[in-house]
Design a protein around this ligand. Sequence first.
Ligand SMILES: Cc1cc2nc3c(=O)[nH]c(=O)nc-3n(C[C@H](O)[C@H](O)[C@H](O)COP(=O)(O)OP(=O)(O)OC[C@H]3O[C@@H](n4cnc5c(N)ncnc54)[C@H](O)[C@@H]3O)c2cc1C
Length: 458
Amino acid sequence: MNCKQLYMLRRCYSTAEHLKSIGSSKHLDYDIIISGGGMIGSSLACTLSRAPMLQNQKILLIEGAPKKNWKLSNNYSNRVSALNPSTKKLLESVDVWNHIKAARFKPVKQMKVWGSGSVAAVEFDISGNVSSDCIAYIVENDVLLSAIDKELDKSKDKITVIHGSKVKSYQLPTERNQPVTLVMEDGHTYSCSLLLGTDGANSKVRETMGVEYVKWSYGQHAIVANLELQEVSTNDTAWQRFLTTGPVALLPLNNEFSSLVWSTTIDNSKELLKMSDEEFVHALNTALMEPPQKNSLIDVTSYITNIVFKNQYIPRPSGVIPPQIKSVQSGSRAAFPLGFGHSTSYVKPSVALLGDAAHRVHPLAGQGVNLGFGDIECLTRVLSKAVTNGHVINSFSTLKDYEKERLRHNVPTMIAIDLMNKVYSNSNSLLMALGDAAIQLANCLPPVKTLMIKQASS
Ligand SMILES: Cc1cc2nc3c(=O)[nH]c(=O)nc-3n(C[C@H](O)[C@H](O)[C@H](O)COP(=O)(O)OP(=O)(O)OC[C@H]3O[C@@H](n4cnc5c(N)ncnc54)[C@H](O)[C@@H]3O)c2cc1C
């Protein structure tokens, strides 16, 4: 039997299994429904529609917000994401990256991270074992969404997209042969064998699943804005300073502009939003440039680190010198509440969660949406493998495989990010000293740096 015959046989078996599992008398509207068309839901729709083994699946993507007729303008959007090399690879595999390339993005070749307690900094660059020419790629969320839309438009025969229509409620199967039913706010209903919840941090899909969700607020808001730099340069470094109130980060957009993500206390964020543009720029330059606070514990840890790593550690007396900000783009300031959230299970029979619906992290490591892209890659792979092996698309053991693999990756990453925020967004001298020692150690030990970049890139 040749490969094609084997494939056809498996497809027949799979279809028979499918009909058996949902009851052959019941007609389903779709095989797969993706609820939530943000960056993760839309990319998932695109990836599933391109997977060779999933070509026979009838897919519906539902997004509550109306379709944006977005056009590239001279002004950058204030919402950007630092995409890691694995995410770029996934987007390349479905031709989305071509559209991003044709629009705009900025590669990041270096990253400098430092604290508020000393001049010590950890510097990451593209040397070492990293299999990419960049640490990350800064892409506006709108550029990404519009690039995905362009590819989804090409797959209209395989995938139906509904915009501006919200799901009111979900009925999940209580017995093996039942379908999933979605009731829309406009009264329509849809049925499917597999529901994929990509409806964000306040996911209704997750709520309906009744899974345990661990969450807390950081008591911080992230201020985003577009910044004009004092000096024109290649601007390919991402900068992040940990202040006791939260991290402030500059992500390059082009030679003249950077994007700001300034996480700070809620009270401070309100003050920062109220300020005039000039006052805001002054406050930001102070936050970035202010000399380190005197902390004798940090002096001790620096001294010890210097002795232990005297051959590797080269102190830089001037400290880190981030770019000076010239102005803030008028009207570009906005604030977003920050929190942690994790669903202890990502799957239930006939349903799986991806992206922020499953996990929400602090933006300090630029990992939130990248974790979601990792979910997409994993789910597409395990579903394809299941269909190849003749399983039904909603096989629970397949969904469990997805959950197991992603929990193994996501949980340690989320814990590390949470710990970083707890240690650094703090005015406790001991924690500040520990944090500073960690920065110095990481900078002294190239394998630690490589490990950190590897985890952040995958
Ligand atoms: C300030 C800030 C900076 C960030 N920077 C980075 C970064 O640099 N790198 C990074 O990796 N991550 C970053 N993140 C995180 C990233 O933005 C999120 O992880 C990402 O937006 C999650 O995408 P999502 O598609 O899972 O969820 P969402 O973007 O929340 O999308 C969910 C979608 O579901 C739709 N929806 C919800 N309910 C319904 C319903 N009932 N019916 C129909 N549709 C529904 C919504 O309309 C929405 O479009 C940042 C976050 C913040 C706040």
